[in-house]
Design a protein. Structure first.
Length: 243
């Protein structure tokens, strides 16, 4: 066996040992702000294990960056991270940011809102987010913070009518109330402004600044890299406004 083969075999053994150790660990003991479960160790938000209690066959661990995860995108899947931002509606500057290893956004709303409050010294009056942020818990948290929220529930399966969508929300009173609130407001709803607030920021970072992928490895370094990218965006915005 050559040196490269031996090194690869050692990496495979180390990755398998890490997955087996994770399978024995209580999911509740995982750092809530850490990388989280390895790819394939959860299904529908619940821990998944093989019959013998070990990692399932679909469990995976990246050799190059074990903190990264397999994330679904519109174009397939990537091995990477999920960078999130909260954006001021008037100046289009980033008021808080966060990086996670899951494609699901619902867990990012409270950290973003609370970080914006801490940075600015005041809480937002209103918060708009797409369907990925809409949960009973998040709507309750916004009410507790006395922040007006515009978080539309998912529309459901393709072809469903409004009645079918409402039936699925009947045990989620806050989500049902939010759906009714947005429906009654129609084109006058504040939610209609969300895309023109946050989407241009991602477009400027990716297209104008040329930032298409993270260059570092490990969640700690990626979070520092994303913070630098967001800071650069804000400085350029402020410089343009002062010109």
């Amino acid at each position: 066996m050559g040196r490269q083969q031996a090194e690869r075999l050692e990496r495979i053994r180390a990755a398998r040992a890490a997955l087996e150790a994770e399978a024995r660990q209580d999911p509740a003991d995982l750092d809530p702000d850490g990388p989280g479960p390895s790819s394939g160790m959860q299904k529908d938000g619940k821990p998944e294990r093989a019959e013998d209690g070990g990692p399932p066959e679909r469990a995976q661990r990246n050799f190059t960056d074990p903190d990264s995860r397999i994330l679904p995108t519109r174009d397939g899947v990537i091995q990477g991270y999920n960078g999130r931002v909260a954006v001021d509606a008037e100046l289009h500057v980033i008021v808080s940011q966060h990086v996670a290893t899951t494609a699901a956004d619902y867990g990012g709303l409270i950290p973003l809102v609370d970080a914006a409050h801490a940075a600015l010294g005041r809480k937002p009056r209103e918060v708009s987010g797409d369907t990925g942020f809409a949960t009973e818990e998040n709507l309750a948290a916004m009410k507790e913070r006395r922040i007006v929220a515009y978080l539309p529930p998912a529309r459901g399966r393709h072809g469903d009518d409004n009645a079918a969508g409402e039936r699925r929300l009947r045990y989620k009173p806050r989500m049902m109330a939010m759906a009714g609130k947005l429906r009654r407001a129609g084109h006058r709803s504040q939610y209609r402004l969300r895309k023109q607030v946050v989407e241009p920021v991602f477009g400027q970072i990716k297209q104008a600044r040329g930032f298409r992928q993270f260059l570092l490895r490990s969640l700690t370094k990626i979070r520092s890299e994303w913070a630098m990218i967001c800071t650069a965006h804000n400085l350029l915005k402020l410089a343009a406004g002062a010109a």
